[in-house]
Design a protein around this ligand. Structure first.
Ligand code: GLN
Length: 451
């Protein structure tokens, strides 16, 4: 049924870069047999899922939304992918995304944008717009995203779906095509809070193949999602994440949701995180720095595209021609920025300062979590904007990440839950909840209370 739905709707939505119909049918048939034999592997055995194209899946084309990886078929699976397959989930295909996960609208994909099922003239968020749109269009009940600066949460917010960024290190980066290794975090994208918790449990937990993986059990997110009791919970409204620049309809829906939490027995307090003002600037130095280094591996020799290799050119010329043709504008912009920020003579002023700001932001969180169990804010300052509206203005695009980036810089857990539509335009509004590292269960408790 989901493959049929994709065939009917994806011409318009373009959530998928690759649909693996044969693989999905075979996996579904195997799951049916296990169920019939009473040997189901768990609650999600046989449930279809859409996988963001930044995660390697053995034998299935994987591009990270980039032309430079066109034609690459990974010889191995990411740990997240392997755990999904081992739990019996049926992978329907790979979803569209901003190239190498750089963007907030999916317009930076090398293969054309994804459209928001709520209004096809609007963006579905990014970078994981394909995964979120697949859920909103009922093409898949579950999806996987990756969140480096908001790429799970912001697409969730603008498509009215649930998106969870687990604690950094709580889900494995092995086999995830790296954007910024100190920030990248795979996580669940779903339509319900309990679905997200079940999926989180499947993909989460220690992985010896990832050097920054946390060696501790996954918090009891399923228990929290089934519970939803927020009575007595201290909820901190972050003063700096609101006000000027936030759409009235987003602020109104946020205030309404805060009132609802209060009615459910939560104690609402205001907290201040003064260094959040510098989060965006620090992120847009740290991320390009790490990305410029990670993307050096696309050298025309190892994977995918190779341009100009006609026997007359040097390896360096082929590399240069391939990177010129294979990378899009935003990727080139960030490689140049990052290389500059890391270069001798500028390193301390740019990268070094950004790392200091990162520490200050972490300190702000530590102080705020002394006063509150969870912190809350809108997920994004506005609802889904129009395709084309911000693509020529990188700063307007980056501003969209204001609320989501602090959690990545600090490595804590955060989620976006759908709480209704804006009175301005009838489009979905997301509500962000943030919790200390390895207290991911608190996100689900609040999410379940609001559902
Ligand atoms: N909008 C952020 C960026 O462009 C999102 C990154 C991400 O989470 N992959 O960097």
């Amino acid at each position: 049924a989901h493959l049929d739905r994709i065939a009917e709707t994806d011409g318009e939505i373009h959530a998928f870069l690759h649909v693996d119909a044969d693989g999905a049918r075979a996996a579904a048939a195997a799951a049916d047999e296990r169920r019939a034999a009473g040997e189901a592997r768990g609650p999600l055995d046989g449930v279809p899922l859409a996988l963001k194209d930044v995660l390697a899946q053995e034998g299935v084309p994987t591009t990270a939304g980039s032309k430079i990886l066109q034609g690459w078929i990974p010889p191995y699976s990411a740990t997240v992918t392997r755990r999904l397959v081992d739990a019996g989930l049926v992978i329907l295909g790979k979803t569209n995304m901003d190239e190498f996960a750089m963007g907030s609208s999916t317009e930076n994909s090398g293969y054309g944008p994804t459209r928001n099922p709520w209004d096809v003239e609007r963006i579905p968020g990014g970078s994981g717009g394909g995964s979120a749109a697949a859920l909103a269009a009922y093409q898949a009940p579950l999806a996987i995203g990756t969140d480096t600066g908001g790429s799970i949460r912001q697409p969730g917010a603008v498509t009215g779906t649930v998106g969870v960024k687990p604690t950094y290190g709580g889900t494995s980066r092995y086999g995830l095509i790296a954007l910024a290794s100190s920030l990248d975090t795979p996580g669940p994208c779903t339509r319900t809070v309990l679905d997200a918790a079940l999926l989180h449990t499947v993909i989460g937990g220690h992985d010896p193949r990832d050097a920054t993986s946390i060696d501790a059990p996954v918090p009891d997110v399923v228990g929290a999602a089934r519970n939803g009791d927020v009575a007595g919970m201290k909820v901190g409204v972050v003063r700096e994440l609101g006000g000027e620049g936030y759409a009235p309809g987003v602020e109104a829906m946020f205030a309404k949701t805060v009132a609802l939490l209060e009615k459910l027995g939560a104690e609402v307090v205001e907290v201040s995180c003064p260094n959040f003002e510098y989060a965006l600037a620090a992120y847009y130095l740290i991320l390009p720095a790490e990305a410029s280094s990670n993307l050096a591996r696309f050298d025309a020799m190892r994977y995918g595209l190779r341009v100009g290799d006609d026997g007359t050119r040097s390896a360096e010329e082929v590399m240069s021609l391939t990177r010129e043709a294979g990378f899009g504008d935003e990727v080139k912009r960030r490689i140049i920025l990052g290389t500059y920020a890391l270069s001798a003579g500028y390193y301390d002023a740019y990268y070094g300062s950004a790392q200091k700001v990162r520490t200050l932001i972490k300190n702000d969180f530590d102080a705020a979590f002394g006063a509150a169990d969870v912190l809350i804010s809108p997920t994004a300052p506005t609802t889904a904007f129009r395709i084309g509206e911000r693509i020529d203005d990188p700063l307007a695009m980056y501003i969209n990440d204001l609320c989501t980036i602090p959690a990545n810089l600090a490595g804590i857990a955060a989620a976006s839950f759908p709480v209704g539509v804006s009175a301005d335009d009838g489009l979905p509004v997301g509500f962000q909840v943030m919790a200390p590292a390895m207290a991911d269960d608190r996100l689900y408790r609040v999410g379940a209370a609001l559902e």
